[in-house]
Structures are given as structure tokens and as C-alpha cells.
Design a binder for this molecule. Structure first.
Ligand code: 0CN
Ligand code: SF4
Length: 316
């Protein structure tokens, strides 16, 4: 039987960003340096495949410092942690390595700087997401007000509208965030903030690529995890850019073949925490059913790299 033809538009950039790459390297290098087990507070990045792979190498994933023994190293995930976490680890004299992405740490520093200048902080982010918890946790309890939507901006009760600043989560939708920032600036003209927002280069570039790719495709798949904020935003961006069917898949087994019956073109991208092996696994699954032609959709080139912390660069 001959297979039907399928054009796969493959977005670039996609997949691992510099912060994810560094965070995974930190766990691997810590295992090499100190042996197993090495504890990791929260999923190092939001991807089950990555976490399972590191677990097999001797990493133990926990949610709180209390779940770590005091005599083993602990690594903090790429999403960042509240200030209280490293303070408590130091108090317990634990060996810890912070794998917080430098672009998240930058936001932490901004928030602290505004607070020291006497400004009340507003954070644009998703409630309960570890990055939001980490960034809000840079300042004393109650000092950061969270807004998630334009409607929240209308409701937020501030101390002094003339003394305000804002920061954002790094993995938000660029377009939604622009609207929220505009609403903040309209209601509080004196609000201080970054030039646009704090969304990182990787989030921005992956959304840009999807905007170009989505209108070319009958359907679109985003390889990524359901708890990955940046991956979920790619699905939304794809749908909004005009793709009738945009779905998140963790790997090939998640593909809903019935929903994809009759398609002639497909867009594929991957969130910043999704490894390329899973993208290849998805493409291979399509090759089994279709005569596939892969066409890259390249909208930017990335050459960002972050160094691992010094403690891991020194020899044991
Ligand atoms: O999927 P991630 O682990 O995290 P979120 O997109 O949920 O924030 O990707 C790495 C991003 C960071 C920090
Ligand atoms: Fe850093 Fe952006 Fe990657 Fe998050 S998505 S780890 S902020 S580069």
C-alpha cells in the first residue's frame, strides 16, 4: 500500500534552550563529581523523559528541602527558588548547587532592586508555577502582587500608584503579556519595568517560529510536557496563528491519529525543555504512516550558552 504524502514543517528554533541545557549539565556533572544520589528540588526542567533519564543515573527528585538528607548535595531546578530555600540549605550546612536559569536570576535581581528602591512590585505570571513562586519569594511575603490577566490589572489594589514596578515570568505568551503590560501602564502611568517584559529569548524565538509555521500547516504538534509553561504557550500561539488543530504531545504514543486523518501538512515544534530525541521519535512515527518530506521553518539562529557554576568546573 502506498503511503499518503505529508509535508512536515519543522520549526527552528525549537527544543532545548541554554538554561535547560545548563540545568541538565549541572545534574550530570554533580553526579560525576559527588556520585549518586544527588538530590534535585523539583523537576530540573519540566520533562518526564529528562527526569527519568537523570533518575536512572542516580538523581533523586523531591519537592522540598525537607525531603533531602543533610549530607547529600541538592540542586535547585532551572525555574528558580524563593530566597528562603538557599538560606535554609546554608543554615543546614548542605552542599547545594543552584541551577536557576541566569535569565530567571536576572528577574530576581530586578525585583530585589525595585524593592530596595521602595517600589511595590507587581509580577505578571501564572499562580502556582514554580518560577512565579521563586520570583515572588525573592521579597518578603505580601510584597509582590500577582496579576495573570488584563482583568486582574483592573482589580489589583496597590499601596501607592506612583511607586510601582513590574516583572514577569520568562515563559509567558509575548502577545498576552504585551496586553497586560499596556493595561498596567494605562492604569499606573508611573509604573517602572523592563524595556518590554522579562520573557526570555528562547520563549520569544519559539513563539515567533510557530507564528510563521502554523498558517502553513493543517495541524500542529508541540513536543512538551503538560506542566511546561513555555510549551503550553506554543500550543496557544499556534492555534491563535490560525492552525485548526494544535496539540501538546509528550512523545509519539500521545499522537491522536484519528484526529490527524487526511492531513497533508503538519507543523512540529518543541518546548524549551523537550529533548530532540522526542522530536525525532514523533517524526519517525509519521514516517511509518506517511511519505514524509521535512521542511525546516527557520526564523532565528540561537547561539546562547551559559556556564555551569564554578564548583562543578573545578576538578574534585
Ligand atoms: O518547561 P520548562 O522546564 O519550564 P516552564 O516553561 O514551565 O517555565 O522549561 C524551561 C524553562 C525555564 C525556566
Ligand atoms: Fe532560561 Fe528561557 Fe530557557 Fe527558561 S526558557 S531556562 S528562562 S532560557
Amino acid at each position: 500500500m502506498t503511503k499518503p504524502p505529508l509535508i512536515i514543517h519543522l520549526a527552528a528554533p525549537r527544543g532545548f534552550c541554554a538554561g535547560v541545557d545548563r540545568a541538565i549539565k549541572i545534574v550530570e556533572m554533580a553526579l560525576e563529581k559527588w556520585g549518586a544520589p544527588v538530590y534535585v528540588r523539583h523537576e530540573i526542567v519540566h520533562n518526564k523523559y529528562v527526569v527519568d533519564d537523570l533518575r536512572a543515573k542516580g538523581a533523586v527528585f523531591v519537592e522540598e528541602l525537607d525531603d533531602c538528607p543533610p549530607d547529600r548535595p541538592v540542586i535547585f531546578s532551572a525555574h528558580g527558588v524563593p530566597k528562603s530555600v538557599p538560606l535554609e540549605a546554608a543554615r543546614r550546612q548542605m552542599l547545594f548547587v543552584d541551577a536557576t536559569c541566569p535569565l530567571v536570576s536576572k528577574v530576581h535581581i530586578e525585583a530585589a532592586r525595585h524593592h530596595e528602591a521602595g517600589l511595590q512590585m507587581i509580577m505578571i505570571g501564572h499562580e502556582g508555577h514554580p518560577e512565579t513562586i521563586g520570583t515572588m519569594g525573592q521579597l518578603p511575603e505580601g510584597e509582590v502582587l500577582l496579576v495573570e490577566t488584563v482583568e486582574d490589572v483592573a482589580r489589583v489594589a496597590v499601596r501607592d500608584p506612583a511607586r510601582l514596578a513590574f516583572v514577569t515570568q520568562t515563559t509567558l505568551s509575548v502577545d498576552d503579556t504585551a496586553e497586560i503590560v499596556a493595561a498596567l501602564q494605562a492604569r499606573f502611568p508611573a509604573i517602572v519595568g523592563p524595556h518590554k517584559e522579562d520573557i526570555c529569548y528562547a520563549t520569544t524565538n519559539r513563539q515567533e517560529a510557530v507564528k510563521v509555521m502554523a498558517p502553513m500547516a493543517d495541524a500542529m504538534l508541540v513536543v512538551g510536557a503538560p506542566n511546561s509553561s513555555n510549551s503550553k504557550r506554543l500550543v496557544e500561539v499556534g492555534a491563535r496563528a490560525g492552525c485548526r488543530y494544535a496539540q501538546l504531545v509528550q512523545r509519539a504514543t500521545d499522537i491522536d491519529w484519528r484526529a490527524l486523518e487526511g492531513i497533508r501538512s503538519l507543523g512540529i515544534t518543541a518546548g524549551a525543555s523537550a529533548p530532540e530525541v522526542l522530536v525525532n521519535e514523533v517524526i519517525d512515527a509519521f514516517r511509518e504512516r506517511f511519505e514524509v518530506t521535512v521542511k525546516p521553518v527557520v526564523t532565528a539562529e540561537e547561539n546562547v550558552e551559559f556556564k555551569v557554576p564554578r564548583v562543578l568546573r573545578e576538578t574534585a
